[in-house]
Ligand binder design. Structure first.
Ligand code: PEP
Ligand code: MN
Length: 291
């Protein structure tokens, strides 16, 4: 059993992590396409996820693809488009760093630096990335134990940066009907052992969009701190991970199902009126009993 090695300080609303929504008593939702593909695509995704209540925009510009023949990302142009979409929608942006040589460039565009699964034990990268002074989203390796995951996080906190977010994105098991196997127990343990916020990425865990909603519900029911979900305006045309990306309507429906979507003033008014009627009925009942 791994032991706790560190705990982060209480998250202050005025801290960068607070600005992302951590520590505010509401699950954080990071959403956006697997890869930034064009200005139109990232802007459409950003506007839709913002309107649906997301707290941050994701999008890969440097992509860790299994095959060199697959789309590798737009590179710096992708960072530029992502940062512009984030600025237009007032959403902080999250994107992956694959190499120490990319840290300064990516930190000049992004609010949160992501370390992908395949780099969870890239110790040179872990040692350097904390120095950029930005929150780091550390994904769990495909075959990493909780102990190894927390040890990787400690490489970042050891540089004096305790703004680390852990992300469970499914592990390799014998099961082949899903892309990976979402390991909620380890996510819960990692959270209690480290004191760090832990989010779940159901998109890469399942690899199929029909499981995103139930896995998201499971993660939030387990008390985890948030979710990272892939969303694309036209998933069938996506240049990466097309089977697991939600379209804009499905994302909106997910946010409503999770009670994370902002309510229209009309809907909120109806809720307030219903609550007032119920309180009035309770008041009348109590008065009738002579209290
Ligand atoms: C991603 O989030 O873009 C990604 C590549 O995920 P993972 O590192 O979990 O495979
Ligand atoms: Mn992806």
């Amino acid at each position: 059993m791994p032991v706790a090695r560190y705990t982060t300080k209480a998250l202050q609303p005025e801290s960068v992590m607070g600005a992302l929504g951590f520590g505010c008593g509401r699950p954080v939702m990071i959403a956006g396409p697997c890869s930034v593909e064009s200005e139109e695509q990232i802007l459409a995704a950003a506007r839709a996820v913002k309107a649906a209540g997301a707290s941050a925009l994701r999008g890969g510009a440097f992509k860790p693809r299994t095959s060199v023949r697959s789309f590798q990302g737009l590179g710096e142009e992708g960072l530029r488009l992502l940062a512009r979409a984030g600025a237009e929608t007032s959403l902080p942006v999250v994107t992956e760093v694959m190499d120490t040589a990319q840290i300064d460039l990516i930190a000049s565009y992004a609010d949160v630096l992501q370390i992908g699964s395949r780099n969870m034990q890239n110790f040179a990268l872990l040692k350097e990335i904390g120095r950029a002074g930005k929150p780091v989203l550390l994904k769990r390796g495909l075959a990493a134990t909780v102990d190894e995951w927390l040890a990787a996080a400690e490489y970042i906190t050891a540089s004096g940066n305790d703004q680390v977010i852990l992300c469970e994105r499914g592990i390799r098991t014998f099961e082949t009907s899903t892309r990976n196997t979402l390991d909620i127990s380890s996510a819960i343990l990692a959270r209690s052992l480290s004191g760090l916020p832990v989010i779940v990425d159901p998109s890469h865990a399942a690899g199929r969009r029909d499981l995103i909603a139930p896995l998201s519900r499971a993660a939030l029911a387990a008390g985890l701190d948030g979710l990272m979900v892939e969303v694309h305006p036209r998933p069938a045309e996506a240049l990466s991970d097309k089977e697991q990306q939600l379209d804009l309507d499905a994302f909106r429906a997910l946010m409503e199902e999770l009670a994370l979507a902002p309510l229209s003033p009309e809907r909120r008014l109806l809720e307030i009126e219903a609550a007032m009627r119920s309180l009035e009925a309770e008041r009348v009942g109590l008065v009738g009993r002579g209290n």
